[in-house]
Design a binder for this molecule. Structure first.
Ligand SMILES: NC(=O)c1ccc[n+]([C@@H]2O[C@H](COP(=O)([O-])OP(=O)(O)OC[C@H]3O[C@@H](n4cnc5c(N)ncnc54)[C@H](O)[C@@H]3O)[C@@H](O)[C@H]2O)c1
Ligand SMILES: [Zn+2]
Length: 367
């Protein structure tokens, strides 16, 4: 598969051979190769990468702490300083080995270091594989404002190897599945149906491995096709934001509130998708049957419901709304939503009255 810049998206084990050829063809000196990892990917994923390409052991490893809270400009400065200490130059290459935090931050670091150096993404979380590493958006958060600082900058190669998922905690798998379900909802009803079938029998892992790998492949295909048609998010790409207007605001709200446990991105997006499906039903022609179907699947992913932990939701909805108003995707001071018409068909640039946003969040309390 190629991305919108005709760069390669490679799958499974043979991709390591191609990575080796790429390094050779581009005369990348091993001393000029940097691998960015976090605590977890250093422990679980780096040995897998080394088992495929032993010579990478001689590259320089830059390690950061795991987690969304590290996705900020201070961490970038720490990485840039490391690159300086290791004498990186304009021919250096960074391999980002990790989840969406690593690929977002590593891509951003590469995009501005010496006005741009090359990088390769090897996502190791499901969310990273099917979403964060596809589409060339890089960036960091500005305090609690998600992805406020960033750039469009593409990796030279993207390697998808589901073997990395074997050590990923189940809640992270569920978080990634939310984005896969989203791909079905906005663009492909058959994919939604196949995801549903898979979800109900997913604990029988061995038997389903091929099916699972194929779903990952198809999910990437859907996102890649949308990005290819609209790389700079002028229109169609906005459909990928379905569930994210409310979802991102909830994610930031939970990040701001130290008394609350952090809400995983995918779970925030599942709540957002239920809310925004409700709004789609109210004002965008989505049938009540489609809404009920979406709610029934996504609410299972959410169990136990994190919204139940908000003690005074009526009051805190205003805080959530304020965060939504700051979203950089707003235009002409209006909050813009992507809303479903049917399962598999999505509209964008929809405006929604405040009362309906509030109603949609309040009904999440009683899932
Ligand atoms: N750029 C984009 O287009 C885009 C799209 C969607 C999401 N994102 C961003 O992606 C981020 C979320 O990504 P994420 O869910 O991958 O989070 P993450 O990178 O924080 O990874 C989740 C956790 O899993 C650990 N981990 C990673 N791989 C592992 C493995 N194979 N085994 C065991 N543990 C492993 C990580 O250390 C971390 O603790 C958010 O910051 C979000 O904004 C970006
Ligand atoms: Zn997302």
């Amino acid at each position: 598969m190629d991305d919108h810049h005709n760069r390669k998206i490679l799958f499974n084990e043979e991709s390591y051979k191609k990575l080796k050829n790429y390094l050779f063809d581009n005369q990348i000196d091993i001393g000029n190769l940097f691998i960015l990892v976090d605590n977890c990917t250093n422990k679980h994923c780096l040995p897998i990468l080394f088992s495929h390409l032993n010579f990478l052991k001689k590259s320089k490893i830059i390690k950061i702490q795991s987690g969304e809270k590290e996705k900020n400009i201070s961490t970038c400065i720490q990485i840039w300083k490391n690159l300086e200490i290791f004498k990186a130059n304009r021919k250096s290459l960074i391999i980002n080995l990790g989840g969406g935090v690593i690929t977002d931050i590593g891509g951003f670091v590469a995009s501005v270091f010496k006005r741009g150096i090359r990088f390769i993404n090897i996502p190791t979380t499901l969310l990273g594989m099917v979403d964060a590493s596809i589409g060339c958006k890089t960036g960091v958060n500005l305090e609690s404002i998600k992805n406020e600082i960033g750039s469009f900058y593409c990796p030279d190669l993207l390697i998808i190897d589901p073997h990395y998922l074997k050590t990923l905690p189940k809640k992270e798998i569920i978080s990634g599945m939310s984005e896969m379900f989203k791909h079905g909802l906005i663009a492909d009803k058959n994919f939604w149906i196949n995801m549903k079938k898979y979800y109900y029998q997913m604990d029988n892992k061995k038997k389903n491995e091929n099916q699972w790998n194929h779903l990952i492949y198809q999910s990437i295909l859907i996102k890649n096709k949308i990005v290819k048609k609209d790389p700079k998010e002028k229109g169609l790409r906005k459909t990928l934001n379905f569930g994210h207007t409310i979802g991102h605001a909830l994610e930031s709200y939970f990040m701001n509130d130290s008394s609350q446990e952090k809400l995983l991105h995918g779970l925030a997006i599942s709540i957002g998708m239920i809310c925004e499906s409700w709004i789609s039903y109210k004002i965008n022609g989505l049938s009540i049957d489609d809404y009920e179907e979406i709610k029934s699947i996504l609410s299972v992913l959410l169990y136990p419901n994190p919204i139940e932990k908000i003690s005074n939701l009526e009051i805190d909805i205003d805080k959530i709304f304020l965060i939504m108003e700051h979203d950089k995707k707003n235009e002409k001071n209006k909050i813009q939503f992507s809303l479903l018409k049917k399962i598999g068909i999505c509209s964008y640039n929809c405006q929604v009255p405040y009362s309906l946003i509030k109603e949609s969040i309040l009904q999440i309390q009683k899932l």
